[in-house]
Design a protein around this ligand. Structure first.
Ligand SMILES: Cc1cc2nc3c(=O)[nH]c(=O)nc-3n(C[C@H](O)[C@H](O)[C@H](O)COP(=O)(O)OP(=O)(O)OC[C@H]3O[C@@H](n4cnc5c(N)ncnc54)[C@H](O)[C@@H]3O)c2cc1C
Length: 325
């Protein structure tokens, strides 16, 4: 990703930063599980030994100012403003390949059909028809980069891939916290929760970055009813999700006795989660498409880590489609 950002001259626009990520474990059992899994990782992949530095609770509190943790781990990481990066790269690609690349926004694909009879020269080269809200389009191959929405066009994938909503807030801590945005980003791990009375589910992770420029915290996670969380509807931001994030963040910095920090903005987005936690990248079999034909492919289910993983997944998929290793 760093190479891509540099190649497209997007370091400044996307506010790319190399820093350390502090993963914070809020219970002893989470911290123990993590240390065991790092030991297994290092045993299986000796080249990765030493990537994580384990920190005890005292160090997490005294050196990083995080309250209530059972322990932590540091690893080399980076932050980037994804929307700015993606739009800058697409803008450059549109200029570079004006005859080959078009981006059709607000054009939902409503159905995919496969013509297996090859009756005309066109259908033999372009056997797929994409029915869209702006009319049909013919294609030689179809690549689904539809992540959490994949089950809409590929019903056989429902359950294997499901949408999962995440809410983000931007909170202004004012002068109450020193700006550490250049040096560290954070992830907070806690055991998933479920409250039968409210049916609210906390899925076990909060993520946090701080803008080195403004000091604003970008804090996300989800705590909402299961039917709202496992949903592809991002047309609204649940106010209880936002107020939950506003109440949780100051606690991590020991500032819960103060008024909530100013909410600068908030939004929700849909992620694609898979039942085994792994992305789905490759050719779709007729059993999954419900159609004959060998020309349907997918790169989806990034389980909330797509910005980090979908670049190389896309490259791998392109090589597969070209028949290369
Ligand atoms: C709150 C939140 C925080 C996140 N934080 C991180 C993070 O810190 N690090 C990280 O790596 N990732 C993070 N992610 C995940 C990251 O955003 C996704 O993994 C990434 O966007 C996946 O990219 P994608 O192109 O596969 O899918 P998406 O970005 O979901 O894009 C899918 C696209 O398909 C379109 N689409 C769907 N169906 C159709 C159809 N029928 N016709 C036409 N178009 C269709 C949708 O409109 C959408 O534009 C976060 C996500 C959320 C919501």
């Amino acid at each position: 990703m760093q190479e891509l950002i540099e190649e497209y001259d997007a370091v400044e626009a996307s506010e790319m930063q190399k820093l350390q990520k502090l993963r914070v474990f809020m219970t002893d059992s989470k911290f123990e599980d993590f240390q065991e899994s790092i030991a297994r990782l290092e045993a299986d992949h000796p080249s990765m030994k030493g990537i994580y530095t384990i920190l005890d609770a005292d160090t997490v509190l005294k050196e990083y100012g995080i309250h209530g943790a059972s322990g932590g781990a540091l690893l080399p990481a980076g932050t980037v403003w994804p929307y700015r990066l993606v739009t800058k790269v697409f803008d450059a690609l549109l200029k570079k390949y004006p005859g080959r690349l078009t981006i059709e926004t607000n054009t939902a694909v409503e159905a995919v059909e496969y013509d297996e009879k090859f009756l005309t020269p066109i259908t033999s080269v372009f056997p797929y028809t994409l029915r869209t809200s702006r009319g049909p389009m013919r294609a030689a191959s179809v690549i689904y980069c539809t992540n959490g929405y994949s089950g809409h066009l590929l019903p056989c994938l429902r359950g294997r891939i499901h949408p999962f909503k995440g809410t983000m807030t931007v909170q202004d801590p004012g002068t109450s916290i020193p700006n550490q945005g250049k040096f560290v980003s954070w992830g907070f791990h806690y055991p998933p929760t479920y409250e039968p009375d409210t049916q609210r589910h906390g899925y076990g992770l909060y993520y946090l970055g701080q803008s080195a420029k403004t000091g604003y915290f970008y804090f996300g996670g989800e705590n909402t009813r299961i039917d709202e969380a496992v949903s592809a509807d991002d047309s609204f931001v649940a106010s209880h999700s936002v107020s939950h994030l506003q109440s949780v963040l100051p606690r991590f910095f020991g500032k819960e006795d103060k008024a909530p920090w100013k909410l600068v903005s908030s939004w929700s987005g849909i992620m694609g989660f898979s039942s085994d936690g792994l992305p789905l990248v490759g050719r779709l079999s007729p059993a999954l498409t419900g159609r004959r034909g060998e020309g349907e492919w997918i790169a989806a289910a990034f389980n909330g880590y797509g910005m980090a993983n979908c670049l190389m997944a896309g490259e791998a998929l392109a090589l597969m489609i070209l028949g290369k290793k």
